[in-house]
Design a protein around this ligand. Structure first.
Ligand SMILES: C[S@@+](CC[C@H](N)C(=O)[O-])C[C@H]1O[C@@H](n2cnc3c(N)ncnc32)[C@H](O)[C@@H]1O
Length: 258
């Protein structure tokens, strides 16, 4: 089982993740999924780490982003970036919590216009963890509120073993108890330094099976189209393997009603 603190030692390097080709595509797709944000938009970013996508939301005009993460060092790295940007308005708040469990009361009472959960569903170590995450997502969203989610879609595309887009998946192990799902290593280089962490993807997440969130009042699913993305359009030949069999996708959805 992956230690919950596995991101602590890599937190500082993680902030330079944008140098990885996969990440340039991810950043562009998340930007599209978020679209223009309103100053009245309050966003929750579950497993938001050092605030990579929270900063995008603020740049797009969001009023506030609450980043929740289990890694104290990722949160510290995010706070330090805010300080280095000279932002003292606390538009991004960093909160320590395990998102498989009910959120702290001051967050649980708030209803959000947008909830992001980027890569964190791929850290659910069991179906119980996954249900706990979806419960937080569904209960935090306002009726009509939007959901944005980067997730692993395909574990074994050929280009992943070669690291064509900077990221390698390896050492697969089937999760039977608490699953079905897969435990595997994710590796890439940041600033020339190799980084490895363990991820866990349930079959339901990989297969885009949304019966759990649908039972919690969510729907309106979609995938941000790869073919129309600016990064892909910039070099269609290079990105053809990813477009043919995406290792990750950006899923959007919403809380029904409103
Ligand atoms: C791959 S990183 C992604 C960070 C950020 N969402 C992004 O896209 O840049 C996954 C993050 O999920 C966090 N995480 C994993 N399990 C978690 C849990 N149970 N509760 C809260 N955060 C968790 C990790 O600490 C890490 O910061």
């Amino acid at each position: 089982m992956a230690p919950r603190s596995q991101y602590d030692p890599i937190a500082t390097q993680y902030t330079s993740y944008t140098t990885v080709p996969d990440m340039r595509l991810e950043a562009s797709l998340v930007r599209t999924a978020l679209g223009p944000c309103q100053p009245t938009d309050i966003i929750l970013d579950l497993g938001g780490g050092s605030g990579l996508h929270a900063r995008t939301a603020v740049d797009l005009g969001a009023g506030r982003v609450d980043v929740v993460d289990i890694s104290p060092e990722m949160l510290l790295a995010g706070r330090q970036i805010e300080e280095s940007l000279g932002r003292t308005d606390r538009r991004i708040r960093y909160i320590h919590s395990d998102v498989t469990k009910p959120l702290p009361p001051h967050l649980a009472e708030q209803k959000y216009d947008v909830v992001m959960a980027n890569w964190v569903l791929d850290h659910a170590e069991s179906m119980d963890d996954l249900i706990g995450m979806w419960r937080n997502i569904a209960s935090a969203l306002k009726p009509g509120g939007r959901f944005v989610n980067v997730r692993v879609r395909c574990l074994r595309a050929g280009y992943l073993t070669r690291g064509k887009y900077g990221v390698v998946f390896s050492d697969f192990e089937e999760i039977v108890t608490g699953g079905p799902g897969w435990r595997y290593n994710v590796s890439f280089r940041l600033d020339g330094v190799p980084v490895v962490f363990e991820a866990t993807s349930m079959e339901a997440t990989l297969g885009l099976d949304h019966s759990i969130p649908e039972s919690m009042g969510m729907g309106g699913w979609g995938i941000v189209p790869l073919e129309e993305d600016e990064v892909v359009k910039g070099d269609r030949e290079y990105w053809a393997d990813h477009v043919g069999e995406p290792s990750f996708v950006v899923v959007v959805g919403r809380k029904l009603g409103g």
